[in-house]
Write a protein that binds this ligand. Structure first.
Ligand SMILES: C[S@@+](CC[C@H](N)C(=O)[O-])C[C@H]1O[C@@H](n2cnc3c(N)ncnc32)[C@H](O)[C@@H]1O
Length: 374
């Protein structure tokens, strides 16, 4: 036996020896798990590089101008070749770009370009880099909250969460909201086409409000959020456009939305973030027209934890631990539904708030869309 082999065998024997009643390690399972962890670690360490490629315009330059050496890409983007070379090598090792050793050129294939470079594509994901960064920045605050039990408000997170969320969610809203979700609601699209009104609660940067307003030129549209900087950003995005006259953004918590007779009130990925979702829904119900509709868009989730142990549940449970659950715990009641509450739980929330009809009207791999009616 070679010295190196002897060392490995000794290390393995040490690993496998049961200690103080501990269960014996199955070497095959350990190897398989280490293989999985290798992939997970690679993905985690490369996440900041996605954010860099996005913010420096590296993906977009590759998509627009085709294959490039590191020098060519550095030139195209006004960056430094040595950094770009290392970034490209990491991208190639990740399978995000392809490398041709003969020409020393890197190519962003069309499928990857759709994910990283094309903001209008239905699979654009690059905005998630800012959300991941916010989770890292906010981690210590949430860690402290694990001990105290206190919440960490949405407003107490790093600002890159706010634009990251807006950009990440925009992809789904742009391709599903007007095309599928609104038509799935009983009579709502027709009312808005005739010139009704809608309120978008917890609207963040107003992406969903703006999409609905653009699709319904006769409708009056209101976006409300308790986070003032998000409302400022929403206002900025319509300033000087023809939406400015009939779209209004106001800083306001869900339980204080001014009286109205809205044909539609909508919650996009925010009801579970609220401390008192029952109170919020109950109040918002009182601002609706008698035959109005409430649309609740929530992360896709099954009712039982064991049915959410999949790649989508994995993403949402992580965001829920560091963002959604602390946000809800920071507000009154602190119900902390979490991002994987599921349909049965949401139905109970809507019924407690006084809605008598509740149904799932649409879904995507990432979202469930409910209709609640008085
Ligand atoms: C995950 S973000 C979703 C933002 C936006 N709806 C979207 O889909 O892009 C959650 C939003 O809910 C807002 N929010 C949380 N609690 C709120 C409350 N009690 N009243 C109003 N807005 C609230 C936050 O400020 C944040 O903008």
């Amino acid at each position: 036996m070679m010295a190196a082999q002897r060392q490995t065998a000794a290390a393995e024997a040490k690993l496998c020896r049961p200690k103080g009643g501990a269960m014996q390690i199955d070497q095959d399972k350990l190897n398989a798990f280490m293989g999985k962890m290798l992939g997970d670690l690679g993905a985690a360490l490369n996440a900041p590089l996605i954010r860099l490629g996005d913010s420096l315009g590296l993906y977009k330059a590759m998509a627009a101008e085709g294959p490039a050496t590191s020098s060519e890409l550095a030139q195209r983007t006004g960056t430094t070749e040595r950094y770009v070379r290392e970034w490209l090598a990491a991208q190639a090792a990740s399978g995000y770009v392809e490398y041709d050793a003969a020409t020393e050129r890197f190519t962003l294939p069309p499928e990857q370009a759709a994910v990283f470079a094309d903001e209008e594509s239905p699979v654009f994901l690059a905005g998630v880099g800012d959300v991941i960064a916010a989770m890292v920045y906010g981690g210590p605050k949430v860690g402290e909250a694990f001990r105290t039990g206190h919440g960490v408000g949405w407003d107490a997170q790093n600002p890159c969460l706010f634009c990251g969320t807006a950009r990440f969610f925009r992809t789904t809203y742009k391709h599903h909201l007007v095309q599928e979700w609104l038509p799935a609601l009983d009579g709502v699209a027709a009312k808005l086409a005739r010139g009704g009104s809608l309120a978008d609660i917890g609207c963040g940067h107003g992406v969903s409000t703006i999409l609905m307003a653009q699709a319904h030129p006769n409708a009056r549209c209101f976006g409300f959020d308790y986070h003032e900087p998000s409302i400022t950003a929403a206002r900025q995005s319509i300033a000087g456009t023809d939406l400015a006259g009939r779209v209004t953004f106001e800083t306001c918590s869900a339980k204080e939305i001014p009286a109205g007779t809205y044909d539609l009130v909508a919650f996009f990925d925010c009801l579970h973030d609220m401390g008192d979702p029952v109170g919020a829904l109950r109040h918002v119900r009182s601002t609706m027209a008698p035959d109005g509709t409430c649309m609740i868009v929530e992360p896709f989730a099954n009712d039982r934890l064991e049915d959410n142990l999949n790649p989508v549940g994995r993403i949402y449970y992580a965001a829920s631990t560091l963002i959604c659950t602390p946000a809800s715990l920071s507000q009154e009641v602190g119900l902390a539904l979490g991002a994987q509450a599921g349909e049965a739980r949401m139905r109970r929330v809507a019924e407690e708030a006084g809605f008598t009809r509740f149904r799932r009207v649409a879904e995507t791999p990432f979202n469930l869309v409910y209709e609640a009616r008085p």
